[in-house]
Ligand binder design. Sequence first.
Ligand SMILES: *Cc1c(COP(=O)(O)O)cnc(C)c1O
Length: 451
Amino acid sequence: MNDNLHQLRCFGCGARISGAQAQPDFRCVECGDLFEVDYPGWGQRKGPDRPNPGALKWLWRERRCSSEALDHSGVWRFRELLPILDSFGNVVTLREGNTPLYPLTRAAKALGIDQLFAKHQGMNPTGSFKDTGMTAAMSVARERGFEWVACASTGNTSAAMAAYAARAGLKSLVLIPEGKIAWGKLSQAMDYGAVTCQLKADFDGCLRLLTQIVKEAPIYLLNSVNPYRLEGQKTPAFEIAEALDWNVPDHLIVPGGNLGNSSALGKGFRELHELGLTARMPRISVIQAAGANPLVRSLAANHGASLEPMQAHTRATAIRIGNPASWRKAARVIQDTGGWCLDVTEAEIAIAKAELGSEGLGCEPASAVTLAGLKKLLARGAVSPAETVVLVLTGHTLKDADYTIDFHRGTLLNADESAGLETEIDGLRRNAVATDATPAAVLAALKGRTR
Ligand SMILES: *Cc1c(COP(=O)(O)O)cnc(C)c1O
């Protein structure tokens, strides 16, 4: 199964093209929709040509002990399900993936559910899941001979792109919305050598501009409209299934911004099922911030027939997106798997983030929407306590340290946002303490702490 046998299939009209025929903006010339990488050979392989699930599972696990860079990557050790390159010699890797699946014991107990896990994608080389997609798409950029790559970004895409471009010896351009991204991420893009342009525009405006630029110059677009990004981002699905001994969880909960990641994870679980590696699909639910919830609105208004772009507002900057590119794909994943799409408020996000932090699993605010969403799903009876649930934590806590400090100092949320949740918030905020510089004062501050 190692030969490059992929095609691009339009998600809207079904048109098929070869990888080399893709337009610079990765839009279909027939209908304007996005493409999905498709492997027509897989369905036709019968008899001895059909991949042997047991042999693949054994091979993928064995590779974790290998010292080869390709095997050591949590993306490329699954390369039988990623035949997107003519030569795996073109792979650009920082040993991404192989991220931990942590039990969330404290949250599980508080919520009364048996099996709750966090797949911590913040434990990737640049601190977010974007690395798993970037290794795939950057490898394609190198194989196709590009010198320049570019992305519009809320932060993490640019950090990942800049790092992988540097490893590949390519030059990179980043367009970011001025003032609306976390400093940690911006500093990474600069550190790794990207030309970093802050624009007076929001994310959606940055992406629109970049789409024009790549049509005028030979620059390879690395936003998640690039279908190869999603091929890398599907591999955490393989890791989750593997970690659960190839039993898929009942429910997977993913944050939704541009909606590439939820689409990719859905594709990953679907391919496992179609190839006979797992017995079923998990339900996949997508959670958005209440101020950036265009998919929630679309599903409520017309079952996902159309999506109305909106002005996005949330402090969870990674999901501050009002016109998500991959919304059709994500809507299909939610509908096909019987999942839900919900939104959560700024205070709910902040509380959930502090709760995850208190388990020793810090994450970005955008990641914490998963726990906040799970609480809502449990309250509605949409998830039962007997189910196995996996939350996808998309980014590392150090990406946005300002957010955490503001929360613990009590300057993050205003009175309107905190209304009704003051006690809960105060309970979590007690970590920032100011006292006199005496032993007695410090010891007094420890009194009454339950843990
Ligand atoms: C990019 C990102 C998201 C959103 O993912 P989409 O694929 O755009 O939906 C969520 N959280 C973090 C930390 C991210 O970097």
